[in-house]
Design a protein around this ligand. Structure first.
Ligand code: SAM
Length: 345
């Protein structure tokens, strides 16, 4: 697919034509990653963050939220619950929190790997290379860091640098790959000033980066952030942050990156709590990330408002999501569910 073809689909509004896109994405998903849906248990280990991202509710500038960092024992308890629920992976996500030290996280990864057979995914922000090296040595398998938008000018505006340290997430992604991680990235859809051309280039960038995991979700304005307070310009070229646009991006991502693991995200479920997750799975996605974070912390990990599942327990999330997957005729994946690469004959 080229940029023009992607743009045509992004601008398509005819429901009948879009059915064709959903059908193609579903077919490609079945052919390349199969019918099972892999479950990744999400542990939001800390909402402390040094960054001042204009979009994010846990930005250091938001003084309206309480801050927390989970203890090692609390995180291990979540990992053991993940095993009990049949998940193959835990994803430890946090703000960019340097109270999470290199040594502490290495010790935690080692314990999870010694006590369980889980794959360990990290999503801890733009950490120094030494941290990434040590965590890989400790046994971390995967790292997620979204590039958010491939429009560098827009990215710099919404993601201010930390001191004099510039932020280039494309370089970080290449480095993670060299270190031997499975690499995941992604974007937000409908950021104020994001154009259709930007979005088409984002999707092409997924292919260029040969990503193993690709998370795409709608931008949801948070009132305590600069982007939550600015009204997007009413321009024909502004990408809407809608459910429909999210399905289009999921489907096109599947067409462009057939083997990637693509989650049906919580942000999508936030826009359509009734069946957003299921529709994502039927239009190209093959991964779901049930939340394992204890409820008392979950409410404080408010990256955007009205987040789906914010008051549920991990037990409730496990049974609700399993039921939703089975109800649409899909099975639940066994094992760690890493990327299956095509074998060259
Ligand atoms: N600190 C790590 C990082 O920056 O990669 C991980 C945590 S960060 C909260 C995880 C993701 O949340 C971001 O990559 C961003 O895409 C998403 N996010 C943050 N604020 C959002 C918002 N208002 N709407 C939708 N997604 C948002």
């Amino acid at each position: 697919m080229n940029e023009k073809q992607i743009l045509d689909w992004l601008r398509e509004e005819d429901e009948f034509q879009l059915e064709e896109l959903w059908r193609k994405a579903n077919e490609i998903r079945i052919a390349h990653v199969g019918v099972s849906v892999h479950l990744r248990g999400l542990i939001e280990v800390s909402n402390i963050c040094v960054r001042r991202c204009g979009y994010c509710g846990i930005s250091a500038d938001n003084r309206q939220i309480g801050r927390y960092r989970m203890t090692e024992e609390e995180i291990l308890e979540c990992a053991h619950k993940a095993v009990g629920f049949g998940y193959g992976t835990v994803v430890m996500q946090a703000g960019e929190d340097y109270g999470i030290t290199r040594e502490w996280m290495s010790g935690l990864i080692r314990r999870i790997k010694a006590e369980t057979s889980l794959a360990v995914t990290l999503s801890l922000g733009e950490r120094p290379e030494e941290d990434l090296i040590e965590w890989r040595k400790a046994g971390a398998d995967r790292y997620l860091i979204r590039f958010e938008t491939s429009n560098h000018e827009l990215y710099d505006r919404i993601h201010p640098p930390l001191g004099d340290k510039t932020s280039d997430r494309f370089v970080i992604l290449q480095n993670l790959r060299k270190l031997g991680y499975e690499v995941g990235s992604g974007i937000m859809i409908g950021i104020p000033d994001q154009t259709y051309e930007d979005l088409a280039r984002d999707i092409l960038a997924f292919r260029e980066l040969d990503l193993d995991m690709i998370g795409v979700g709608p931008f949801i304005p948070h009132p305590e952030t600069p982007l939550g307070q600015c009204m997007p310009k009413a321009s024909a070229n502004q990408v809407p942050n809608t459910e429909q646009m999210t399905y289009k991006v999921i489907a096109l991502t599947r067409l462009v990156c057939p083997e990637a693991n693509i989650p049906s995200t919580t942000a999508l479920a936030t826009l359509n709590k009734a069946d957003g997750r299921e529709l994502g799975l039927l239009r190209g996605a093959n991964i779901v990330m049930p939340n394992l974070t204890p409820p008392q912390y979950r409410v404080m990990y408010e990256i955007y408002p009205n987040k789906a599942c914010i008051t549920e327990t991990s037990e409730a999330c496990a049974s609700c999501l399993s039921m939703r997957i089975l109800n649409i005729g899909r099975s639940i994946g066994n094992g760690q569910g890493g990327r299956r690469k095509r074998v060259n004959k």
